[in-house]
Every structure is written in C-alpha cells, then in structure tokens.
Design a protein around this ligand. Structure first.
Ligand code: PLP
Length: 401
C-alpha cells in the first residue's frame, strides 16, 4: 500500500485565486459589454531587456554547435560567470558576497519551498502574517510547528520579534508581498540580534529588492551586521527583470552559517543545502543563465531599470490616489504593491465585489494572504499606465461620491 504524506491533508485549500476567477467569470457572463481592469495579478507585463534576449539567443546558438554545446553543468550550482555577475550586483549596493556562496536556482519560489527539506521536523517556524503563501504551505507539508508574527496597521505591516517567543526558523520578506512594507536597517538588525539569541536561521526573501528607491533602506539582509551568521537570502530575477516566464533566481548561503544536530553539533547549512541540491536539482539551462548574467551588465541594468521605473510610476499614481482619498496604505514607494485599508469598514471581499461591480477594477482581497489581511486589499503596479490611470480615475469618482 502506498501511504500518503498526511501533512498534505492539513494544507488549507487555496481558494483565493479560484474564488476570484469564479466571481470574475460570473460577472463577465452577466455583463459581457464591460471591460475589466486587472490590478490583482502579481505577474509582470513588460518584455525582458534586449540585452538579456541577445545573450539568450547567443547561448542558444552555442548549443547548436558541437564545439560550444553544453550538457549538464558540472556543479548544478550555476555557471561561474552567472555567480560572479550576481556577486558584482551585490557589490554595486555595498554588500560583499563570495561567488562561491551563491547558488543559481530556477526561481525564488522553488528555493523558498525546498529549503525546508534541510531543517529537522522539530523546528518551530515563525512567519510574519500576512505572507506570500509558499512559506506557510511548505512548512505545513513537512509537518513543522508554525507560529505567526502579526504585521498590522499598528506596526506599519512590519512585524517585529517578541523576545519571549522561541523559534528556530524565521521567514522575512522585504519589500513585502503583499503589504509593500520595507524593513529599515535598524529593524532588520533587531531581527538579526533576535535570531542570533535563539540560534535561529532567517530565510530572507528579497524578490522585490530592485524596487527599493530609498537608498537608506537595505536591499539585502547582508547589509546588516551579524546577518552572515544567521541568514539565508533568496532572490529572483522574476520581478527584477521580467523573468517570470524564464525562471532564474539565486540563493545566498554564507559560509559562516550553521544549524545544529540534536546533540548541539554545528553543521554547515551551505554544505547540507549543496548536498540536497546535488541529489535533487540539475541546474538552470545555459541560455537562461546567459540571459540572467546579461541583466547585470551595464546595458542590462539600464534596460531593466527602465521597466521598473515604468511600474513605479504606476505605484506612484496609486499612492497619490490613496493620499487624495484619505485611504490608509503601505507600499507603493519602494515596492510594486499598494496595500490599502478597505474604506468605510468594508471587508476584503466586500470591497472586492464593490470595485468589480461599480467600476470593473479587480484587486486581491487581503485576507487571502492570512488573517491579518482582513479588511485590507492589494493592488499591483504591473499593469499599463493607461489602465492604471483609468482605474485610479474610476476609484476617485466612486469613493468621492
Ligand atoms: N517571493 C515573493 C515574495 C514573491 O512575491 C514571488 C512571486 O510572486 C516569489 C518569491 C517567486 O518568484 P519566482 O518567480 O522567482 O519563483
């Protein structure tokens, strides 16, 4: 008999996007002449940078010739040219990482989920709520004990640790999806000190670091003293460079980082993660790594910056609209998400239906990201200027009534 991993039966059904799709379908059927403006989806819409496209074509061409063809990559950790490109990128914002500490992945979601494999079942995991769902789901799948740190209006949706709460693994995401909030260096230092006091490991998701405008805000947890002894950073080119359909990311595990056996013996996290990846992962395709490395060239960075500027102009307009309407929100200044308080005490789903029915604008109900999202709502800046401007115009007319 095949026995199922029963932890999977404890997963909550993720109804959020199914419910949204159902409501949209019903609305479209009843109102075939109405055009919806989609501001709920976290996927990018602009094409990847020409420098990356050229490098990918060149890489594909190399695969077509016997002399330059490549099969399996030796290490599965990423080609040295790609790991050096990422290290150079870190250096550009003042963080020193050895290329040997960087592992190239097929995106941040895989590594955020898979990293759970290397930590024992009896770890207690602390996750800020609301959160990107993979942190909770992958720990439920592996049967770990989960605690939540509330991100809410009072703390600016930037949960801070409670020294009286014990935990072993901590998930942080900054800039945050869904709330758009960004930890300051001082706040991250508090998390680092807390993690060190518990011998805990922080898993830091920096998938939106490229959207940070304010130079005083940290783009990496490794900008904080002491983080090398307690943190793993997981990042992605998905939002930085429009790679959602290309699949490439990177994970940094410092050589100093240890976790412990039950008898207290220190074990190198990097060594165990490499061992895990060596067994279960054969690396990212060569043409994709060529494209990804090109993102970090001068041309690549200039071109990707221009797409990010485009999205951030949408975010600015959304933030300005909330300011004008007196709506509380986080995000929008250093992140492509606006996380707003549903006006007039409405619930997340109530506001969803209200916007859909009255102005045909679609967002994401905050409670889909966890209990602290109740009464809040996420809008994304990944649409076109025209649609964003039209949506904001409709929102103003509706809420000023
Ligand atoms: N982390 C966060 C916070 C995200 O919002 C996303 C995607 O939306 C990811 C990771 C996943 O990125 P990737 O496309 O690299 O798997």
């Amino acid at each position: 008999m095949a026995f199922i991993n029963e932890n999977f039966l404890s997963l909550k059904e993720n109804y959020l996007f199914i419910d949204i799709a159902k409501r949209l379908e019903a609305y479209r059927t009843a109102n075939p002449d109405k055009t919806l403006i989609r501001m709920g989806i976290g996927d990018v819409t602009l094409p990847i940078a020409p420098a990356a496209v050229e490098a990918m074509k060149k890489g594909a061409e190399e695969m077509a010739h016997k002399e330059t063809f490549r099969g399996y990559e030796d290490s599965g950790r990423g080609y040295p040219f790609m790991r050096e490109a990422v290290a150079g990128y870190y250096k550009s914002f003042g963080v020193d990482i050895d290329p040997d500490e960087i592992l190239i992945s097929d995106g941040a979601k895989s590594d955020c989920g898979n990293i759970v494999d290397i930590f024992g079942e009896n770890n207690t995991v602390l996750i800020t709520d609301p959160a990107y769902p993979v942190y909770v789901d992958s720990n439920v799948m592996s049967g770990k004990n989960i605690l939540y740190a509330a991100s809410n209006e009072e703390n600016g949706f930037a949960a801070m640790p409670d020294p009286n709460v014990d935990c072993d693994i901590i998930y942080l995401c900054s800039p945050n999806n869904p709330t758009g909030s960004v930890y300051t260096k001082e706040q991250l230092k508090v998390w680092v000190d807390y993690a060190k006091s518990k011998n805990a490991v922080i898993i830091f998701d920096s998938a939106y670091e490229a959207f940070i405008r304010d130079e005083t805000l940290p783009r990496s947890i490794f900008a904080v003293d002491g983080a090398r002894e307690c943190a793993i950073e997981i990042c992605s080119l998905s939002k930085t460079a429009g790679f959602t359909g290309m699949r490439c990311g990177y994970t940094v595990i410092p050589n100093e980082l240890n976790a412990y056996t039950a008898d207290g013996t220190a074990v190198s996290v990097s060594k165990i993660w490499r061992r895990r990846q060596g067994s279960k992962f054969n690396g990212v395709s060569y043409p994709v790594q060529c494209a990804a490395a090109a993102v970090f060239t001068e041309d690549g960075l200039r071109q990707t910056r221009s797409s990010i500027d485009y999205y951030m102009e949408n975010a600015r307009l959304m933030a300005e609209t909330c300011d004008e309407l007196g709506i509380s929100y986080t995000g929008g200044k250093n992140s492509p998400y606006i996380w707003l308080k549903c006006p007039n005490g409405m619930g997340s789903w109530e506001f969803f239906d209200y916007l859909l029915n009255e102005i045909q604008v679609v967002g994401t109900p905050g409670e889909g990201f966890g209990p602290n999202g109740k009464g809040w709502f996420r809008l994304t800046a990944f649409g076109s200027h025209e649609n964003t401007a039209e949506a904001m115009k409709r929102l103003k007319t509706l809420l000023k009534k």
